[in-house]
Design a protein around this ligand. Structure first.
Ligand code: NAG
Ligand code: NAG
Ligand code: NAG
Length: 563
């Protein structure tokens, strides 16, 4: 019943068995024939048949209908049973193992489809560039999977063919000759094949030849001469352009140039920046020059590469250039030790008190003369030679508590060279103002008087009020005043004035009022209240004594500060 069965095979009774068959068979391939012993009449096969392994149930042929693939499944495990006429198991199961034997049916494969390598142009023959790897799915450690590499083509063949070799077994890609020259050929395309003797696979390898730093920067000239530079040339200004060239591969660390001032610039007054496109160097001012500190510079500039030079090559004097700088003095204005000076002083200091000393220096060492500007109240004066500032008049915090003037320093020999600083004087309070009335200057009582009428008065004082003021009110004058009028405290700043009885005449009254403050020392205000009768009692405060009181207070404070 089986067509095309023409191969050698064995036969025997049912038992556990192991067979080896080759992968890749075509059509029907008989492996074995089991003999069927009565009462069994047929066989049944189960297990990993994979649609290929079959058994002819009544004749007992174990066969393949198609091909097995070792790379897919190398071992197949099956069971066979003998059945009787009713389909019941008679014997078994017996195990059948089929080992699939490898044939070379897989081509080698490179791990990557393209390889890239780099090689320094001065590399020695035998230098490794890289390793190519390939695999083959056929059975390991057999000839079917043994791979060999070979270079089949090199492009361009300049200056020679066979510049590279590949280790036949290991795939190590190497340089075979040292005749690379980046400037002639910078890229090689090499075709490599790998074979398992049956199949062959190709791949491309691109080799990039890279330059080495074997060229030093060479200055266009070694002496850039002497530059005359003004002392006040601003930081960042380019004072000189320099140029060196390097024949190594452009835009690499082998050809980029770093310019450094090697000698003559201890103070780092100069800096050199390189244009990375052109390798041009720009010498700039890094710190403001100072003629008084250093007036000439002898500068040595060295040009180097960021990459180290290849062995055997060294920088020489062609990588060094010189230039000189002569600094021209610029007469600079005097410089104050501070831009703003701040002083504090009590308002009651005597005229002529030293408040502060300001000083300025001229970089060229010229003598300085001092003067004041914006001294609007003429409260201060300055010593022309020493810069000492004194009070020139009595100060009054109540007039101005932040007195601002400008101090000018002028060079004695060059009047146009001057500079200005601010002097701010904070004037501190002393109790030098007597209390005065803030409210209650005009008091009016209707005539005829009724019991209980009163008028509110309020006191204030021009001194600095750090805490809530506490004034005390009392009446001056003789007994007749006190018998007619009465003052009563409301709080520290307010009081009532009221008539003591209702039979006061319709006329103007003059009532002396004394207000004391709680300053140190306390001051007293003696105020004269006056009234005019116009259908009522009209009281008017006159403040004629205030100025005089204030003058007395200043004098007493002066006396105090002298003590
Ligand atoms: C072999 O397989 C083919 C297709 O799967 C089938 O038609 C044919 O009958 C099989 N032959 C045998 C002898 O099993
Ligand atoms: C600068 O160098 C030149 C030449 O080397 C020398 O003649 C000159 O005296 C030097 N100047 C200073 C200031 O060192
Ligand atoms: C410095 O070396 C270069 C080659 O690297 C050479 O061309 C040049 O002449 C040398 N310069 C001097 C001053 O020796």
């Amino acid at each position: 019943t089986c067509h095309g069965i023409n191969e050698l095979y064995a036969s025997g009774p049912l038992q556990d068995m192991t067979f080896s068959v080759s992968e890749g068979t075509i059509g029907i391939h008989v492996i074995y024939q089991f003999t069927i012993e009565p009462p069994a009449v047929s066989l049944r096969l189960s297990g990993e048949k994979d649609g290929v392994i079959e058994i002819a149930s009544t004749s007992g042929y174990l066969y393949l209908n198609g091909s097995l693939d070792r790379e897919n499944k190398a071992i197949h495990r099956l069971q066979v049973e003998a059945l009787n006429v009713t389909g019941q198991k008679e014997k078994g199961p017996y195990s059948i193992t089929i080992n699939v034997q490898d044939i070379n049916d897989n081509p080698p494969k490179f791990e990557k489809s393209k390889y890239f390598g780099v090689v320094w142009q001065n590399s020695r023959p035998g230098s490794n560039i890289g390793t190519l790897r390939a695999t083959d799915m056929d059975q390991e450690n057999t000839l079917n999977s043994r791979l060999q590499f070979r270079i089949v083509d090199q492009n361009p063949k300049i200056p020679l063919d066979n510049l590279f070799i590949i280790q036949q077994e290991a795939g190590t890609f190497q340089l075979s000759r040292s005749s690379l020259n980046k400037r002639v050929v910078s890229n090689y395309f090499v075709r490599v094949e790998v074979t398992d003797k049956v199949f062959t696979t190709l791949c491309d390898v691109k080799i990039n030849v890279i330059d080495i730093n074997d060229q030093i920067p060479i200055f266009e000239k070694s002496d850039y001469g002497i530059l005359i530079i003004l002392e006040d040339t601003p930081v960042g200004e380019v004072i000189l352009e320099i140029q060196a060239t390097d024949a190594d591969e452009p835009f690499t660390g082998s050809s980029q140039i770093i310019y450094q001032i090697e000698e003559g610039d201890q103070n780092k007054n100069f800096i050199i920046e390189t244009d990375t496109k052109t390798n041009r160097g720009f010498v700039k001012i890094n710190k403001v020059l100072d003629f008084e500190m250093s007036s000439t510079y002898n500068l040595t500039v060295k040009a180097t590469n960021p990459e180290p030079l290849v062995q055997g090559v060294q920088y020489n004097s062609s990588s060094t250039a010189y230039f000189g700088v002569v600094v021209v003095d610029v007469n600079e204005v005097p410089v104050f030790s501070q831009n703003i000076y701040i002083g504090n002083i009590f308002e009651d200091v005597p005229v002529g008190t030293l408040v502060m000393t300001v000083t300025a220096n001229d970089p060229e060492g010229d003598q300085i003369r001092y003067s004041l500007k914006s001294n609007n109240r003429n409260w201060l004066r300055i010593d022309t030679f020493s810069g000492e500032i004194y009070t020139a008049a009595p100060l009054d915090r109540e007039v101005e508590h932040e007195y601002k003037v400008e101090v000018t320093a002028t060079e004695e020999n060059t009047k146009s060279q001057s500079s200005t600083a601010v002097f701010m004087l904070y004037i501190k309070d002393v109790n030098d103002n007597p209390p005065r009335l803030a409210k209650g200057n005009h008091l009016f009582f209707c005539h005829p008087l009724h019991g209980g009428v009163r008028a509110e008065i309020q006191a204030t004082d021009d001194d600095e009020q750090l805490y809530s003021p506490e004034f005390t009110f009392s009446l001056g004058g003789g007994e007749n005043i006190k018998s007619d009028w009465e003052i009563s405290r409301i709080d520290g700043t307010h009081a009532y004035l009221s008539p003591k009885h209702t039979n006061l005449e319709e006329k103007q009254y003059s009532i002396p009022l004394i207000i004391n403050d709680n300053g140190k020392p306390p001051l007293e205000g003696n105020l004269d209240l006056q009234g005019l009768v116009v259908g009522g009692v009209f009281l008017k405060m006159k403040n004629k004594k205030r100025k005089e009181l204030k003058k007395n207070a200043v004098e007493s404070a002066e006396l105090k500060s002298l003590r």
